[in-house]
Design a protein around this ligand. Structure first.
Ligand SMILES: [Zn+2]
Length: 90
């Protein structure tokens, strides 16, 4: 029995249906990294402009992996490297 069995209104989360907007420059951030985790997957977004320092405005969206409907598409994106290379330190 999963956590969602008694919550029919909870379906899945499609990260690609969301837009991540920066509160600093008011622009949309671009997904630059995807990290598959055990309980949570992380999607990392950064501003792609000269206004924002990504180290300040970087956004990390965490999705519970059992609700995450986006991993296959995320793995098809060119920035995604599986098996170690490009892994972020925990
Ligand atoms: Zn920004």
């Amino acid at each position: 029995m999963t956590a969602t069995d008694d919550r029919p209104e909870l379906h899945v989360i499609d990260i690609f249906m969301m837009s991540i907007k920066c509160g600093n420059c008011d622009g949309y951030q671009t997904i630059v990294k995807f990290r598959k985790g055990g309980e949570k997957n992380a999607y990392i977004y950064e501003c792609e402009n000269e206004t924002c320092d990504p180290n300040v405005t970087r956004t990390i969206v965490e999705v519970p992996s059992h609700l995450d409907n986006s991993t296959r598409r995320a793995e098809e994106l060119p920035y995604y490297q599986s098996e170690g290379a490009g892994e972020l330190p925990e």
